[in-house]
Design a protein. Structure first.
Length: 248
């Protein structure tokens, strides 16, 4: 569904991402893990169009999308969430999702027609809220939602754009155990209908969700494979997981 070929990004003379190749398959969770500074967020920023690669290629369904702006990549079916929750706090959860769905209208230049006149937007918002487990929270302001619900709302807004691929940057950040459990269950449900590229530091969540993992260190790929292969890899144990992780 989504592949990279020798993807590279330089900041000055520093290669933040250096010739990274990976493949995100349909209906799978592909987790990218590694220590802070490994280049994980830079990788996602290139995949979403927020950063232009210095080299390499990005392909979506086989088509080259390298260097396209974020709105083009989004319209082609790639949605993303951010490390810091990116929602409109004064608006209700439903209004947030309606705004996201509105980005899919054929034209944004219809200034004199109320957004509420588009029934399809309300339908898309309702579907997204239900998919994210927020069907009963639609009329609550985003500011009044818990931290975990705000993270769910950000994913709901992404779903309202009807993506095929989800790029999720640390969706469990800052969550307690109960909220993390809800998010893991949400991601399990979404895997049935989406390709998911997941950057996450919660290793329990990663190993319970991921079909494949890519381990990055200092901008390069240290290892890739199934969860069992990554757990057993001595280089990964030494560089990131620690020896205890191999025996958990």
């Amino acid at each position: 569904m989504l592949t990279t070929e020798s993807l590279t990004r330089y900041f000055g003379g520093l290669a933040a991402v250096n010739e990274v190749s990976l493949a995100c398959e349909p209906n799978q969770v592909h987790a990218v893990i590694g220590p802070n500074g490994a280049g994980k967020s830079t990788l996602i920023n290139m995949l979403s169009g927020d950063l232009v690669p210095s080299g390499g290629r990005i392909r979506l369904r086989g088509s080259d999308i390298t260097g396209l702006p974020p709105y083009r990549i989004s319209h082609l079916g790639v949605g993303r969430s951010y490390q810091k929750t990116n929602i409109f706090l004064p608006f209700t959860a439903r209004e947030n999702c309606r705004l996201a769905a509105q980005s899919r209208l054929p034209s944004s230049m219809r200034f004199f027609r109320p957004a509420r006149a588009y029934g399809s937007l309300d339908e898309a918002a309702a579907r997204a809220l239900a998919a994210a487990g927020l069907e009963d929270r639609g009329d609550v302001s985003a500011a009044a939602l818990s931290h975990g619900e705000q993270r769910q709302l950000e994913i709901a807004m992404t779903l309202a754009t009807d993506p095929d691929v989800l790029l999720l940057d640390e969706p469990l950040a800052g969550m307690g155990a109960e909220e993390s459990e809800r998010m893991v269950e949400l991601l399990r449900r979404l895997r049935a209908t989406h390709s998911i590229l997941l950057v996450e530091h919660d290793m329990d969540a990663v190993f319970s969700l991921a079909d494949r993992l890519t381990v990055m260190v200092n901008g390069t790929v240290l290892a890739g494979g199934s969860p069992d292969e990554i757990r057993a890899n001595p280089l990964v144990q030494e560089a990131y997981l620690g020896t205890e992780a191999a025996h958990d």
